[in-house]
Design a protein around this ligand. Structure first.
Ligand SMILES: O=C(CO)[C@H](O)[C@H](O)COP(=O)(O)O
Length: 220
């Protein structure tokens, strides 16, 4: 199975975790695109979605799924999203699709976060994938300097403006031994909107798509 087939398969498998009739939070990216398509094959499975990006909103509307505003929600039971990397503690690097801040906001209020990913995303140590940081444009050089002091190689992502009008710095060559401490540290730099480390609010369940089926990992 290639990576797209693995993504499609986990996107179908997560349908079993949805309580019919709810409004659920939805992430961003190609795995989530397959998930939105899968949702559209089951009529009225969900009442609607809270979307984490303009692109997911576009696909949700295209497939006839109503999109609601997070500010109108009293609570949210479920958030479904993928990741760029996930470790066995269910901590993640996210933001390859530049939607990290909105994803983090929705994940922070959802009672349950299910991460759907193909097996290439499962790692022992986070940091092979460049760590995205969303920043306010005027803070670019001062945040770059602070990030350099942490040991990696930060670079501004070219030709990308986030849905919030900000820019992304990706930190290369940056193995993360203590994700919670690093998330707190990078969050503390003025000008940082959010860092794509999901270690403080990690996933509750990961469904990992492999050639031999879907593996479920739950947080301990
Ligand atoms: O964090 C994300 C977007 O900001 C995505 O979850 C992550 O980039 C994985 O994407 P894909 O499903 O395309 O591999």
């Amino acid at each position: 199975m290639n990576s797209n087939e693995l993504k499609k398969s986990v996107a179908m498998a997560v349908l079993d975790y949805i309580h019919p009739g709810e409004i659920i939070g939805i992430g961003t990216g190609s795995t989530v695109y397959y998930f939105i398509k899968a949702l559209s094959t089951v009529k009225n499975l969900i009442r609607g979605a809270i979307s984490s990006s303009n692109s997911s909103t576009f696909f949700l509307k295209k497939y006839g799924i109503p999109v609601y505003n997070l500010n109108d929600m009293k609570s949210l039971t479920l958030y479904i999203d993928s990741a760029d990397e996930i470790n066995f503690k269910l901590q993640m690097i996210k933001g390859g699709g530049a939607a990290l801040t909105n994803e983090k906001i929705i994940a922070s209020v959802a009672k349950e976060f299910i991460c759907i990913a193909d097996e290439s995303k499962l790692v022992q140590v986070l940091g092979e994938f460049p760590l995205p940081v969303e920043i306010i444009p005027m803070a670019t050089s001062c945040v770059l300097n602070k990030l350099k002091m942490l040991g990696g190689k930060p670079k501004v992502r070219k030709n990308v403006i986030t849905d919030n009008g900000n820019i992304i710095i990706d930190i290369y060559n940056f193995k993360i031994s203590d994700p919670i401490a690093m998330e707190k540290k990078i969050n503390s730099f003025p000008g940082v909107v959010s860092v794509g480390l999901f270690a403080i609010r990690k996933a509750d369940v990961a469904l990992i798509s492999t050639a031999s089926g879907i593996k479920k990992i739950t947080r301990n």
